[in-house]
Design a protein around this ligand. Structure first.
Ligand SMILES: [Zn+2]
Length: 310
């Protein structure tokens, strides 16, 4: 039997960690935990996450209506319950503003991959969702497509949303992403960022699967390993790009001689779609286009007719 008081203590504890790490200034951020089918413990609005007591917390139903607590529930609870309904395995949602991860959301810079093994194993390609006004259904609508595929997302010009089966796990993803973004920025300031080689990246993906972690790159075998292929389709809309960090562009099954893999027509990821389009473009402008082929045939036929006549 779940001890609700213990859950509330844990929410307060994670609140202190979020505040002490500088992930939520003043009254920023919100935390929730689903205690049963129709009840969610959540933080109230207008409270510093570093100084909450269990009696400050609220309980809402799965539509976000408050059913217990004297303080008013966070206005962002609609996002939390929308996520919990769509992903029943998610018990906790944590939203905060970790500065280094949020900076990538403001710069709309794709979070680099293939730089640290723990990060690639625990998170993979971290998407950046478009900006939306906080609090309403539109805010949830912008985030949902990404949170269905990733346990942590960065919101453009805002912060992070992370989810998990426990409050600690949801928080821990935000902590790990922020530490990673900080390290990436420091390394870039030193003047050189060295990415994994193709083999190193491939080995890590294999290990990740062996340990039971899912990674969409494993199913898209012809996609680029380190170049944020999974969410690249969304970049036009979100304005995300590789500007400060330029990752290597090798594919899973490029061979060791440096030979590029052929385009996988079945793969619909951004990288393969772009490559297929480039190949089609090349074909239509190559000497093998219909017009040119006809011209070559006509020239050869003319020569044969001339030779026979001669
Ligand atoms: Zn926020």
């Amino acid at each position: 039997m779940l001890n609700i008081h213990q859950v509330k203590e844990e929410v307060c504890d994670i609140g202190r960690r979020i505040y002490n790490r500088g992930f939520a200034a003043a009254n920023d951020g919100n935390i929730s935990f689903r205690i049963d089918e129709n009840r969610v413990v959540c933080t109230p609005t207008g409270i510093c996450k570093g100084f909450m007591k269990p009696e400050d917390l609220c309980i809402v139903d799965m539509s976000g209506n408050q059913i217990a607590g004297t303080r008013k529930r966070t206005s962002e609870i609609l996002l939390h319950v929308t996520i919990m309904k769509a992903r029943p395995e998610v018990k906790s949602v944590v939203h905060c503003h970790p500065p280094h991860a949020t900076a990538f959301g403001i710069a709309r810079e794709a979070i680099p991959q293939c730089l640290m093994p723990e990060v690639d194993i625990n998170m993979g390609d971290v998407p950046i969702a478009s900006y939306a006004l906080p609090g309403g259904q539109g805010f949830a609508d912008v985030i949902m497509p990404y949170i269905m595929k990733s346990d942590i997302i960065v919101q453009a010009n805002h912060g992070t949303v992370s989810v998990g089966p426990t409050i600690e796990r949801a928080y821990w993803l935000a902590e790990m992403l922020d530490a990673y973004c900080r390290i990436c920025l420091i390394a870039r300031d030193l003047g050189k960022v060295e990415y994994f080689t193709r083999d190193e990246a491939e080995d890590l993906l294999t290990l990740k699967q062996k340990w039971g972690f899912k990674d969409p790159r494993a199913d898209l075998e012809n996609c680029e390993l380190c170049a944020n292929d999974i969410f690249r389709d969304s970049w036009k809309e979100t304005g995300v790009a590789h500007r400060a960090f330029q990752p290597p562009t090798f594919k899973r099954n490029d061979d060791n001689t440096g030979q590029k893999a052929s385009v996988n027509s079945k793969c619909t990821c951004a990288g393969c779609t772009a490559n297929a389009a480039a190949q089609n473009q090349h074909q239509s402008t190559s000497p093998q286009s219909n017009e040119e082929r006809e011209l070559i045939i006509k020239t050869i036929t003319d020569r044969i007719v001339k030779a026979l006549a001669g």
